[in-house]
Each structure stands twice: as C-alpha cells, then as structure tokens.
Design a binder for this molecule. Structure first.
Ligand code: APR
Ligand code: PHB
Length: 389
C-alpha cells in the first residue's frame, strides 16, 4: 500500500483528521484541489464549541488559539430593542471560543508541515475506486499526469461540492435538504465590536448578526434576498441596514469602517446518509451542511473527525472494525441534533418573504419565552456550547 488513509480535501476536516491519525503513527496523504493560498483566503465562521477547543488542543494545534482566541461566556438574542442574554457558563458550566476557522486551518497546515505529511495541491479529476476490495485506490491528475495511490481507507473531506459523496451510488444514498429563501451578506472590517458578546438580532427588517474576531476586527451579517448581489451593497448601505436591525443600545455603539471582505452565502440544511460506503467515509461538509445561525458547521466537522479517527485508529492498529461499522450511526446521531438546533435558530430569527402575520408573532413569542424561562435558555445554551460526543 502507498499509504494507510487517503484524505480527499485539505479543509479543516481533512487536515484535523490527518493530524490526529499522524499523531497515532498512521500514515496519510491529503489530496486538495485548490492552492493553499486559496483555502486560506476563505472567510468562514468563528465560534468553537468547547469540545472543538479540546480536540484542537489534543491534536497539538491549540497554542495560538489559546493565546489569541477569546473565550465567551454567553451571547445575546434580541427582539427589536429587547436583549435576551444567554449565559452559557451559568446555565451549562461551559463556554465557547471566538477564533476564526481561517486561523484554525492555518494552524493545522503548519502542524501538518511540521509532521511532514504529504499534501498534494492542485489535484484534478479525483476518482475513488475499489471500495469493496481488500484495499482501496484513489486516482487523480496532477500537472496533466494521471497518478494512483493504494490505501486501506479513504476519508471524503472534500466539502459539499466534492466527489466523495457522489462516489456512493445514487440509489444507495438518501439526501435530506431544506433550502432557505434568503442568504447572509457578511463583511469583515477593522472596527471594534458593538458588544462584548455576539448579538443575534431579530428585527422586522430581517435578521442581523454582530460577530467579531478580536477587539478591532468584526464580522457582521445581514439577511438578504437570494437575488441580491454583493455589488448592490456599498459599505454605507450595509452599515445603515445593519444598524437598523440592531437594538438601539447596540446601534448607538456602532463604529463603521471600510469592509476588507464582503460576500453572500446561501443558507441550506442538508444531510446525506449513510456516511460509509465500503472503505470510504464521509466527513464534514461532504456529508452535511447547516445554516450558519447556530455556528455548527465547523464544530460538526470536528465531531465527525473525532468519531472517525477513533474508528480508523482501532481498525488500523488493533484490527478492531466495530468503530468503522458504527461510524455512520454515531456521527449521524449527533449531526441530526445539530441540524435541528440550526434549523430552529434560523426559523426563530429570520423573516421569510411572503410569510403570514402569524410567523412574526411566533418569533417574538419564542424570544419572549427565552427571556422569561431559564429552562428555555438552558436548552438553547446546551445546544450552542455543543452536545457531548
Ligand atoms: N478533490 C480534492 N479536493 C477537493 C475536491 C476534489 N474533487 N472537491 C473539493 N475539494 C476541497 C476543497 O477545495 C476544500 O478545500 O475540499 C475542501 C473541503 O473543505 P471545506 O469545504 O472547508 O469542508 P470541511 O473541511 O468539511 O470543513 C468543515 O464546515 O460549515 C463548514 O464553514 C465550515 O468549511 C467548514 C466546514
Ligand atoms: C462568524 O463570526 O462568522 C459567525 C459567528 C456565529 C455564527 C455564524 C458566523 O452563528
């Protein structure tokens, strides 16, 4: 065999899985379609559950996160000018870490370089073969030349548009999907945050999120129609709309500045089952997508990696295949609960075009219930900080 595990995709899922396997003495090769610079230019979410924080430390990539990340004890949900504080730490004993996915990815690349792992960038036409034989193989084209690697297992960490999921025959896959009729327009700006914690704002004009990366770098979003283009949104228009959706006491503190990144992302809930097909395993966005409202995307990828690295390690080091047989069921059990939470947060906080008058009242009642019931707040907090693995 050329290597023990071929990992398709050098995003956070593939890199973290490789790092954990390498630390247990298991050999991997990562095949990534894009350049490293491109992977590291993508701005994604920035909230880590405590379980993710611990996993990154365990993988030996926690040092910069612990130095530069910010621990948050809670968050705000708002209904017009009413702010509901969810005190994660008082309600669950846990906290979250504010640390951008781009930084996590960079830390993982550095650690993998130090480990000497082969990461091949610029691969094309990846084909995953022989999944029901004694060993699997992966073919790809690099600089016009077709290559082939043999391995024991293949990890499909290649995101929503990758080849791994599509390698499972269509009639053996079940896909579950909800596409939401709006997107998030996000900007990054070197300005101070309006609040010490994130604000998820429900307003009659639609949803807004005030997030941050550090004391002078914010990530802010507004819900926009899917037909909108980034060019429709000057910085001035963005800040004006954003401030109108925030509660007055937060809007008063808003400092605006030029955007250094601006993009629109659609919102989708998606799950493909099963996560295992012979010697192939799906991980992270290759298998599931959540709308960003609960900050679960990266965190779900981390819990998939947790289950899969345990399973692969037991199979490759001790010949025990119970973990790989159980991977799909174990991971999906947690995935579906995060799907529910992300859908619920999205429904509670967004205005749906053409909705009836009842819908807005339901959102307001949900937020009032959160304001008045500690039980409701604890339920939200328990899900936000991350359900146990
Ligand atoms: N061959 C090789 N690499 C591929 C292929 C392919 N055919 N298709 C896609 N890739 C690469 C992409 O270029 C990307 O770098 O796979 C990587 C997948 O990375 P992500 O999309 O970031 O997915 P993942 O690693 O699962 O990260 C978890 O959860 O909600 C999200 O924002 C969150 O991106 C984060 C994700
Ligand atoms: C972000 O900071 O980009 C972010 C934070 C929380 C979310 C989504 C995105 O729920």
């Amino acid at each position: 065999m050329d290597t023990q595990v071929v990992i398709i995709g050098g995003g956070p899922s593939g890199l973290l899985l490789s790092q954990l396997l390498n630390r247990e003495g298991i050999a991997t090769v990562i095949l990534e379609r894009s350049s490293r610079a491109h992977v590291l230019s993508r701005i994604r979410a920035g909230i880590l559950e405590w379980g993710s924080v611990e996993m990154l430390r365990e993988a030996g990539v926690g040092a910069r996160m612990d130095r530069e990340g910010f621990v948050h004890d809670g968050t705000y949900l708002t209904d017009e000018d009413q702010m509901v504080h969810i005190d994660f730490h008082a309600l669950t004993g846990k906290r979250v870490m504010v640390y951008g996915q781009t930084e996590v990815t960079q830390d993982l690349y550095r650690a993998q370089d130090a480990m000497g792992t082969t990461i091949v960038h610029g691969v094309e036409d990846v084909r995953i073969l022989d999944l029901d034989g004694a060993q699997a193989s992966v073919e790809y084209v690099l600089n016009g030349e077709r290559k082939r690697l043999s391995c024991a297992y293949v990890a499909g960490c290649d995101g929503f548009h990758g080849v791994s999921r599509k390698t499972i025959p269509e009639d053996r896959r079940r896909e579950f999907e909800r596409v939401y009729p709006f997107g998030w327009l996000g900007i990054l700006s070197h300005t101070p945050p309006v609040s010490d914690e994130l604000i998820y704002a429900n307003s009659p004009r639609g949803f807004a999120l005030a997030s941050m990366r550090n004391a002078n770098l914010v990530r802010c979003y507004v819900q926009v129609p899917l037909s909108d283009k980034v060019e429709d949104w000057s910085d001035a228009r963005f800040w004006d709309e954003f401030s109108r959706r925030l509660p007055a006491q937060a809007a008063e503190r808003l400092v605006t500045g030029p955007s250094i990144e601006k993009s629109i992302a659609p919102l989708r809930s998606f799950v493909s089952e099963p996560l295992r097909w012979g010697r192939l395993f799906l991980v992270g966005d290759a298998a599931h997508i959540v709308p960003p409202t609960g900050a679960k995307g990266l965190n779900l990828a981390v819990s998939d990696v947790f289950y899969l690295h345990q399973a692969l390690s037991a199979a490759l080091k001790a010949g025990d295949e119970t973990g790989i047989d159980g991977y799909s069921g174990r991971a999906l059990n947690r995935i579906w609960k995060a799907m529910r939470f992300s859908w619920q947060m999205t429904t509670m906080l967004h205005r749906f075009d053409g909705e009836d008058s009842f819908a807005a009242q339901m959102r307001r009642a949900s937020l009032r219930h959160l304001a008045e019931s500690e039980t409701a707040r604890r339920d939200l907090a328990e899900n936000y900080v991350g359900l146990p693995y």
